[in-house]
Design a protein around this ligand. Sequence first.
Ligand code: UDP
Length: 254
Amino acid sequence: MLKRMVMITMRDVVNILGVNIDNITAAAALDRAEGLVKSEGTSVIYTPNPEIVMAAYENSGFREVLNSADMCVPDGIGVVYGSRIIGKPLPERVAGFDLSMGLMERMSGFGGRVFLFGSKPGVADEAAKKLTEKFPGLQIAGTRNGYFAESDESEIIDEINASNADLLMVCLGAPKQEKWINKYKDKLNVKLCIGAGGSLDVVAGTVKRAPEIFIKLNLEWFYRLCKQPSRIGRFMALPKFILTVKKENKKNDK
Ligand code: UDP
């Protein structure tokens, strides 16, 4: 518990539109995630992109949920641009997918247990298969799809707790996953919950991640937009986010 408290108090964060984002490299975020998954108590990591930060800016309840995390990493390059606008540049984008994969790779080294929760029926099971092939030492503690009624939730908690998982990947999309984690974190006996969006779809292969070159050029968002033009509404959150950061920054300068 002490170790966890030290880790939390040592956080260096940049406040963007009211949301505390960890000022951390991807490598350091992975080390910290590994520390959390090995510590007592239940820790939480969220992976906000500009759309999620905008939602939190507009809703104080959701903002409090994000700010109660033990670590919040900038999942979208837009969040990094936002940090530059306010003169507190974050070192780099930390993709929730990469962080989760890196953590599971490390967990495979010590037989760590992961519970995969979320996505359409069958996706978490397929992701479990792929993860076992990729990381043979990783133990799949359980899987559960992300479509359920509120009345099923206590049974889901019991199932997760009975599985003795160290890590709970919650892939229900934002803001559902963050709210779900926040509601139940005190009832869960896992060491770490990560709100990881569409990660299980990518692991299972139902959704393809952008080719490496797009990721390197910070154009993953563009690739996803071309692949799924119906997401245009969601992508409009990016210009709105940048404009809002600029506006708030000007206000604070006065
Ligand atoms: N999802 C879910 N339950 C729901 C709504 C969504 O499990 O009630 C899943 C959905 O199947 C998908 C993920 O949540 O796997 C959300 O993916 P999306 O790409 O929207 O997430 P992002 O990473 O963009 O937040």
